[in-house]
Design a protein. Structure first.
Length: 165
């Protein structure tokens, strides 16, 4: 028996979703992830340099006593940066790691930027291409921000990355 490809699994899930009744509640996506950082604008620069996120101008006024909101170009992924003491490596009831999904070309683009942007993994080693992890159906690379929050860039465009890595 062959394993289904990720796009076949997603297609199956979409078909199941379309068969659900109107009365069934379901979230649409994660809106944002909240993070504690010592300086919101310094952190925003790091997220811009490393992940390509930018400040949402319409919500920037919140930053004085709330979050500084960052987003992707399409506003699909957002981070809410709150001023405070980062959790770092301390155990927490919050999230363990946030994984950002990209297509195959985006994954390779992230890897190519590692020569110019300094990013470290959890072992405090500078992130390099050799840190990529092959999950058989997906590729991932794991790292952390300067405040100890754990991240992953992952793609299910397995064949494309395998041919171009």
């Amino acid at each position: 028996m062959t394993r289904p490809f990720p796009h076949e699994i997603i297609r199956h899930n979409i078909e199941q979703e379309q068969n659900m009744t109107q009365s069934t509640f379901q979230v649409q996506q994660i809106d944002h992830v909240e993070l504690l950082v010592p300086d919101q604008y310094e952190a925003a620069k790091w997220y811009a340099d490393v992940l390509g996120l930018h400040i949402i101008p319409e919500f920037e006024f919140w930053a004085s006593d709330g979050p500084l909101m960052l987003t992707t170009a399409g506003h699909g992924t957002k981070l809410a940066l709150f001023q405070g003491e980062p959790k770092g490596s301390r155990s927490t009831a919050g999230h363990h790691r946030v994984a950002f999904g990209v297509d195959g070309p985006g994954f390779l683009q992230f890897l190519s930027r590692l020569d110019d942007v300094v990013v470290y993994n959890q072992q405090n080693e500078r992130l390099i291409r050799q840190h990529v992890v092959d999950h058989d159906l997906a590729w991932s690379i794991y790292f952390c921000d300067p405040y100890g929050h754990l991240y992953e860039i992952t793609t299910y465009d397995y064949d494309f990355v395998q041919q171009n890595l």
